[in-house]
Write a protein that binds this ligand. Structure first.
Ligand code: UD1
Ligand code: UDP
Length: 361
């Protein structure tokens, strides 16, 4: 059997790493890795391949950055050529990026079954690019691997009922496996900070960073939060956000923050282990915060990871309320830790087993 995994953005490299190592154990498949090139900076891509020892992709599509239509179309066109050449039995796609939806569409049009990792996630606003990608990808997939019961129910509501499994979160698998290697001490040393002295911040959502009116109250809220608590801010900054802050001339709001380049997985998880709290609009980091038993303010009007919100562990803070709400976020600090919201760390095993059963039918 030949299986192709298509990745292209930071969160997909780490998800694929877990699946690839599980596939490797089975010794039963030819697993081909394709990189769309949606993310291309060394610290947005190569870093993860090195650190997590992900084998070099067989194909690089080099699509780079552009508008949604152009980027999605470029992946669609180039990935189709590879599918025609390699004739895989199944295509694996991950998460909710433009690379994900393009890969699913290219495969579906060629009648190649698609397996979607992280299926059934739903959130408002409906027109958010990632939500469009998720809905379309799920409706094109033959195998759908959900992280939670809630994702499973979302699919049921859309009449997607066959090939759906609750597998748990592959990012939890990775978190548990890599935990002994997290670089907390190195990161604290580099930043000359002590444990618990800082808030870990990441931001990159289009609706938060792409216009000045959205971005400004978030930066103000962060500054007020830091001032009120006496905590520092450590902010590994996505290139999108960096470009916008320059464009909108907001750099002075960063004066009291530790702004660093995007860091590798082991470095980020080290920063997470050492922090007091998290402020983020990252899908991945809001779950990782929970895995690390750190509470996160999620700068979004809604999230697909509702289980963590409903348990009271993480809190939603819409960007336009960030100035008012962020400084008060620590008021709700003492919440019982909700266990096993996204499986037990064996998601990849369950996923690979189900794919094998499907292919052997
Ligand atoms: C994409 C995904 C998002 C995911 C995020 C993970 C879509 C629609 N969005 O958002 O779901 O959460 O990846 O990080 O697929 N850039 C660089 N260097 C890079 C990559 C990007 O400078 O290596 C800059 C470019 O200016 C680019 C901008 O960042 O235009 C946005 O990149 P893009 O991949 O389009 O979206 P992300 O915000 O990264
Ligand atoms: N990440 C990292 N370094 C960073 C930022 C993120 O290693 O500087 C990892 C982290 O594990 C995170 C994942 O990349 O969960 C995806 O990050 P991102 O926020 O870019 O994407 P999202 O999960 O929102 O799609």
């Amino acid at each position: 059997n030949t299986i192709i995994s298509l990745v292209g953005a930071r969160p997909q490299f780490i998800k694929e790493a877990v699946i690839a190592s599980e596939v490797h154990k089975t010794n039963a498949w030819n697993h081909i890795l394709v990189h769309s090139g949606q993310h291309y900076d060394v610290n947005m891509s190569d870093l993860f391949f090195e650190e997590l020892q992900i084998p070099t992709p067989k194909y690089f599509l080099e699509v780079g950055s552009s508008s949604h239509g152009k980027q999605t179309a470029a992946v669609l066109e180039k990935f189709e050529d590879i599918l025609l050449q390699e004739k895989p039995d199944l295509v694996l796609v991950y998460g909710d990026t433009n690379t994900t939806v393009a890969g699913a569409l290219a495969a579906a049009k060629l009648n190649i079954p698609v397996a979607h990792i992280e299926a059934g996630m739903r959130q408002y606003p409906k027109n958010m690019p990632e939500e469009v990608n998720r809905v379309v990808t799920d409706h094109l997939s033959s195998l759908l691997f959900c992280c939670s019961e809630l994702s499973y129910q979302n699919l049921q509501r859309e009449n997607i009922t066959s090939g759906v499994y609750i597998a748990g979160d592959v990012m939890y698998d990775l978190f548990l496996r890599m935990k002994p290697r997290f670089l907390k001490d190195k990161m604290l040393q580099n930043l000359t900070l002590h444990e618990g002295e800082y808030i870990l911040v990441t931001l990159h959502r289009d609706f938060n960073v792409d216009n000045k009116e959205s971005l400004l109250p978030i930066l103000e809220g962060l500054n007020d939060y830091a001032k009120m608590t006496g905590l520092s801010i450590v902010f590994p900054m996505h290139p999108r956000t960096r470009k916008r802050i320059e464009e909108f001339d907001l750099a002075t709001y960063l004066d009291s923050m530790n702004i660093v380049e995007p860091v590798g997985y082991l470095e980020l998880m080290g920063l997470l282990e050492g922090c007091s709290n998290v402020v983020t609009d990252s899908g991945g980091l809001q779950k990782e915060a929970y895995y690390a038993k750190k509470q996160a303010a999620v700068i979004m009007p809604d999230t697909g990871w509702k289980e963590i919100i409903e348990s009271g562990w993480n809190q939603l803070v819409p960007g336009n309320a960030a100035k008012e709400l962020l400084p008060r976020i620590l008021e709700n600090k003492f919440i019982a830790y909700p266990v096993n919201l996204y499986g037990d760390g064996n998601a990849a095993k369950a996923i690979v087993k189900n794919i094998m059963t499907y292919l052997n039918k």
